[in-house]
Design a protein around this ligand. Structure first.
Ligand code: NAD
Ligand code: UD1
Length: 337
């Protein structure tokens, strides 16, 4: 089977590509490298001893997409390509809508023209807004507080409409919680540009000495130690979820929406302690005011994923921290050697 992986050179895409190659799929990686390096795919190919078809292209370009679909018979698409920085999306909403929403529209149009109507889409737990209770189930109310989150909600709705218009479409919406960790080899991982917005890369860069200290945003939340609680999920578990989704696609009718999380919530302080233990390094921190838009607690009810995909996360917090540390300490500057 031939799978098109948009955004396949990125953090989650590269880990998923590695697993797809190992499972015997033919993989076309399609990426504009706006937030990735082709080095990730070179590493994936070395680790698997298999080749991808690596294409530099943009999902907003009909010409780029036409070329791929004309030259290859693609069975299904895993659609990771997108911009993902919340703060940036508030400053540049049109750029986010153009890339994430218009790009997906182009992709779906070209897919339909070429008779490919199976897609797995990267959605996010951000679509639950500030949930009234936890754990979060797939049927909870949806809302968004920023353009990034709204771009995910819009695409979910667009894909549902597509199925209403044409029952041939098969769509799986995967709502990720907080992806962390890296492949156990330490050769691929998350390589954020500039100052990381997310907790785990910030902790890792502090431990390796690139950042002076971590600012913990808020210590007065209604949680066990006052700091924010999230559902951190190992990126390889997440990648395995995509393989399960791909296997499931041909059997579903319409649109399937699934949380990918562990069901376990950890606080910022829990993560700092676990990382210090895994790395043997101190992570200096200070408490700072709450970050705008942050919520106290967010973790998944993962029961539906187990039921419909036969998938559950296997890797715990120790492995998440150890693997992040291996990647960070072996590649302090990410993919730029
Ligand atoms: P990433 O930035 O590492 O990967 C996204 C990839 O898409 C990058 O390689 C980038 O170069 C590429 N890309 C962006 N716009 C493109 C375009 N117009 N055409 C072609 N390629 C383009 O991010 P990631 O963490 O791997 O996230 C993958 C997907 O999962 C994204 O859609 C993201 O919104 C979603 N997601 C991520 C998280 C997270 O915390 N990492 C959580 C929930 C959802
Ligand atoms: C953020 C995004 C969310 C996105 C998710 C994954 C916001 C408001 N939300 O979620 O839309 O889907 O990333 O990409 O940006 N923290 C610190 N110090 C730091 C960084 C984070 O204390 O330097 C805390 C946060 O307050 C939070 C936790 O760590 O309690 C996790 O933060 P982060 O990794 O940014 O993820 P989310 O806030 O869950």
């Amino acid at each position: 089977m031939k799978i098109l992986v948009t955004g396949g050179a990125g953090y989650i895409g590269s880990h998923t590509t590695l697993l797809l190659l190992n499972a015997g799929y033919d993989v076309i990686v399609f990426d504009n490298f706006s937030n990735a390096s082709a080095e990730s795919i070179r590493q994936v190919e070395a680790l698997t001893d298999k080749k991808t078809i690596l294409i530099e292209g943009d999902i907003r370009s009909r010409k780029d997409l036409e070329e791929v679909f004309s030259n290859h018979k693609i069975d299904a698409v895993i659609h990771f390509a997108g911009l993902k920085a919340v703060g940036e999306s508030v400053e540049q909403p049109l750029r986010y809508y153009e890339n994430n929403v218009c790009g997906t529209v182009q992709l779906c149009e070209v897919m339909a023209e070429h008779g490919c109507r199976q897609i797995v889409f990267s959605s996010s737990a951000t679509v639950y807004g500030d949930p009234h209770t936890t754990p979060i189930k797939e049927d909870f109310p949806l809302s968004a507080t920023n353009p990034y989150g709204r771009s995910k909600l819009f695409v979910e709705e667009i894909l549902k409409d597509l199925y209403i218009s044409d029952a041939e479409w098969k769509v799986i919406l995967l709502r990720y919680f907080n992806p962390v960790g890296a492949h156990e080899s330490g050769r691929i991982g998350e390589d954020p540009s500039g100052i990381p917005n997310n907790l785990m890369p910030f902790i890792a860069q502090t431990a390796v000495g690139k950042r002076e200290k971590l600012s913990i945003f808020g210590n007065d939340y209604d949680t066990h130690d006052g700091t924010g609680v999230r559902d951190y999920i190992h990126v390889v578990d997440l990648a395995e979820g995509h393989l399960k989704a791909l296997e499931k696609l041909p059997d579903i009718k319409g649109v399937l929406t699934v949380n990918l999380g562990t069901g376990q919530g950890y606080s910022v302080l829990d993560m700092v302690k676990a990382f210090e233990k895994a790395s043997g390094k101190k992570v200096p921190y200070v408490f700072a005011p709450r970050r705008n838009g942050d919520i106290a607690k967010c973790y998944a009810d993962p029961a539906y994923a187990k039921k419909v995909l036969g998938w559950e996360a296997k890797r715990g917090i120790e492995e998440m921290c150890e693997d992040t540390w291996r990647w960070q300490s072996q590649n302090p500057n990410g993919y730029t050697y």
